[in-house]
Design a protein. Structure first.
Length: 174
C-alpha cells in the first residue's frame, strides 16, 4: 500500500471530516487497532444504558454501533469493488433509513461490536492483499468519485468519529 494520504480530489467533500480524523499514514494499522478500541469502549457501557439516547430523535448507543457496522459494510464493499476495477456506479445509502429498519435496539452491544470486528477483519484482508497500484483505483459511489485509498481513510475516520460521539455525547469512558 502507498503511504500517501488521499488527496482532497480522491473523495467527496462530505468525507473530508472523516479523512481529517486520520492523520496517520499507515491506515492499515489504524484499521487493525480499532476493533480492540471499540471493544474496550463497549465494555464500559452498562447494559441498562445500551438503548440510551442522549437527546430525543438521536440514535441509541446500540443504533450508533449498528450504524458503525453499516458504514463498515458499505465503505468496505465500495473499496472491494473499486479495488477490483468496477466501473459501474455504486449506490449511496441513507444511514437514517438503514438504522430505522435495522432492529439494532434489539441486539446487545457485545453482538454489534463483534459484528463490526468481523466486518473489519474481512475488509482488512481485502485491503492488505490489494496490489499496490489498486490503492489509487478510482470509482464512483453515491454519484461521486472516490479512490480505494480514500475509502480506507473514510472507514477509519468514520469509526473514529462515532467513537468520539460515544465519549462526548453519551459519556462512555474506557
Amino acid at each position: 500500500m502507498s503511504a500517501r494520504r488521499p488527496a482532497p480530489g480522491e473523495y467527496a467533500p462530505f468525507y473530508a471530516g472523516y479523512v481529517s480524523l486520520v492523520p496517520e499514514t499507515d491506515v492499515l494499522a489504524v484499521l487493525a487497532a480499532q476493533p480492540a478500541e471499540l471493544r474496550r469502549l463497549a465494555a464500559a457501557i452498562p447494559a441498562e444504558r445500551e438503548t440510551h439516547r442522549y437527546a430525543p430523535g438521536k440514535w441509541s448507543i446500540r443504533e450508533l454501533l449498528g450504524h458503525v457496522g453499516d458504514g463498515e459494510r458499505v465503505f468496505g464493499y465500495r473499496a472491494f469493488c473499486i479495488g477490483r476495477g468496477e466501473q459501474a456506479s455504486l449506490p449511496g445509502f441513507d444511514e437514517n433509513e438503514y438504522v430505522a429498519t435495522s432492529g439494532y435496539d434489539a441486539r446487545p452491544v457485545a453482538d454489534l461490536v463483534e459484528d463490526f470486528a468481523r466486518l473489519r477483519a474481512s475488509n482488512l484482508s481485502v485491503l492488505t492483499h490489494l496490489a499496490p497500484e489498486r490503492w489509487s483505483g478510482v470509482g464512483v459511489a453515491a454519484g461521486k468519485s472516490v479512490s480505494v485509498r480514500a475509502l480506507a481513510y473514510v472507514m477509519a475516520g468514520h469509526a473514529r468519529h462515532h467513537l468520539g460521539i460515544l465519549r462526548a455525547r453519551y459519556g462512555i469512558v474506557a
